[in-house]
Design a protein around this ligand. Structure first.
Ligand SMILES: Cc1ncc(COP(=O)(O)O)c(C=O)c1O
Length: 484
């Protein structure tokens, strides 16, 4: 017996097939182009007005009319997050090839899983694996790494650290994935880890409080390898995971990966490198030495929605091939015969936290092929040049002050006469956001209340530096007015 009746013609809702796909895609293409062509003039922050929830329409509007409603409702409040003066956090832009690849990801709607497994007949996992091969070439990393795509560096850190956790358990004959974490069994050492690694420790049951701080070098965020060596001498019975920074968020400092990796000779440990955006230094021969030794890591996390200028959400984990079985132990689907034997065939759903996934490799594949090694080298070097130039402008401004040397692509600065007063910085930041020409994010560093400007967007030019500095000068004058 059927459980639902055939819909009557008179009550027929608007169904996807009722609309011309070609017409809608054409409209969306025009809409997207118009938006992107205005990007440089759009505000970088806006006050979000009170937006009451909408009622779900009983009869669908159709795609084109729905887009018109969206536009009317949200156009005036969207910010230019992929624009040339959006320097907050570490926010990448979107190149044409990356947008095209991301659109086609939706069009093809693949679910990359098995290279050879029982599902067969599906090339999407091969596309993902071949994109990783191109990716390793861009970064000069050896074939020794397997890789796959996840949503962001948070999940890439999670993936690398999860395999590290399994490795650590195995050092003492324990299968953590099956039996759970033995409390206090693993030591985790890091100097200036990103918050997402600490969050990963919480998710992995290792506990965020398990992190032991390694001293930094004087005046730096980079780890002191001698202190790491001392800590490694202690508690020989407890396996160790070391989280290294391949670019810290405030000052883009790099741990000395070569010195760290050399310590493995004295006592084995799992070396995870968070190179979310700093990994792109490897693309420039002039900058690559910052990462010397990272090829000896056990796992690496790199974001693509930052310096690669691929749309959100997109990142890569890399884990040494020799640990593939530990990775499968960690992420396998064990009770699903319809998915095949996790150990017999390579299948992405046994290698990472998600099962079903979109083909995130595609925008990266198109970007790598469209721009090649030299395209990315130019992008990285241009960003670094802009950061250095903006650092000079900060020093020359008279009212701003650098809080750290510009080591790569982030400028960390304070209000020169109010370095340690967060109220002044808040007022300045609010004025800057109300102005809407440049977006930077607050932080604290070196005992000062600071702002960070991160340069990774391919659209940013020297003219944008001038526009941003004008906005800063005007905001500074404004907050010194009688209202303060
Ligand atoms: C060094 C570092 N690691 C990890 C992350 C987390 O990345 P995501 O937000 O893409 O997950 C970031 C984000 O800024 C980062 O800068």
């Amino acid at each position: 017996m059927p459980t639902v009746e055939k819909p009557s013609a008179s009550k027929k809702p608007y169904l996807p097939g009722d609309e011309s796909l070609g017409h809608l895609l054409h409209k969306v293409g025009q809409y997207a182009e118009a938006y992107l062509s205005r990007l440089s003039d759009l505000p970088t922050s806006r006050q979000v007005p009170d937006l009451p929830d909408l009622r779900l329409p009983e009869a669908g509007l159709g795609g084109e009319a729905a887009l018109a409603v969206f536009d009317e409702r949200f156009r005036e409040v969207l910010v230019a997050a992929s624009g040339p003066r959006y320097w907050g956090f570490v926010t990448g832009g979107t190149t044409p090839a990356a947008i095209a690849g991301d659109w086609l990801t939706a069009v093809f709607d693949q679910n990359p899983q098995s290279l050879t497994g029982p599902s067969g007949g599906d090339v999407s996992a091969t596309i993902e694996a071949q994109t990783i091969a191109l990716y390793r070439q861009l970064f000069g990393l050896p074939d020794a790494f397997l890789g796959g795509f996840v949503t962001g560096a948070t999940m890439a850190n999670f993936t690398g650290l999860a395999v590290g956790r399994q490795w650590a358990g195995r050092q003492v004959g324990h299968d953590t994935a099956r039996a759970g974490v033995l409390p206090g069994s693993v030591r985790v050492l890091a100097a200036s880890p990103h918050s997402s690694s600490i969050k990963s420790l919480a998710l992995l049951g290792l506990g965020s409080a398990s992190l032991e701080a390694v001293r930094t070098l004087p005046g730096r965020e980079a780890m002191d390898p001698d202190h790491l060596a001392d800590l490694l001498e202690q508690e020989p019975g407890r396996p160790v995971i070391v989280i290294a920074s391949g670019g810290t968020v405030n000052t883009v400092d790099f741990d000395d990966m070569q010195a760290l990796a050399a310590l493995k000779g004295r006592r084995p440990f799992w070396l995870h490198v968070d190179a979310a955006f700093g990994g792109f230094a490897a693309v420039s021969p002039a900058l690559a030495s910052r990462l010397t030794g990272w090829e000896q890591a056990d796992s690496i996390a790199i974001d693509n929605h930052k310096w690669m200028n691929v749309p959100y959400d997109n990142a890569v984990w890399l884990v040494r091939r020799e640990y593939a079985s530990l990775q499968v132990e960690t992420f396998q689907n064990t009770n699903a015969p319809y998915l095949g034997d996790p150990l017999a065939n390579f299948n992405y759903l046994n290698m990472g936290p998600e099962n079903s996934r979109r083909l995130r490799a595609l925008p990266v594949w198109l970007s790598l092929m469209a721009y090649g090694r030299s395209g990315f080298q130019t992008l990285v070097e241009q960003s670094v040049h802009l950061a250095e130039r903006f650092g000079q402008m900060v020093e020359e401004s008279g009212f701003l002050q650098l809080e750290a040397p510009v080591r790569l692509n982030v400028v960390c600065f304070s209000l020169r006469h109010h370095r340690t007063d967060p109220a002044w910085l808040r007022a300045f930041h609010q004025a800057l956001n109300a102005d809407g020409r440049v977006f930077v994010t607050p932080t604290s560093y070196n005992g000062a209340a600071c702002l960070r400007a991160a340069f990774v967007n391919w659209r940013t030019t020297e003219a944008d530096l001038d526009t941003a500095m004008e906005a800063m000068q005007e905001s500074w004058r404004q907050i010194q007015g009688p209202s303060r």
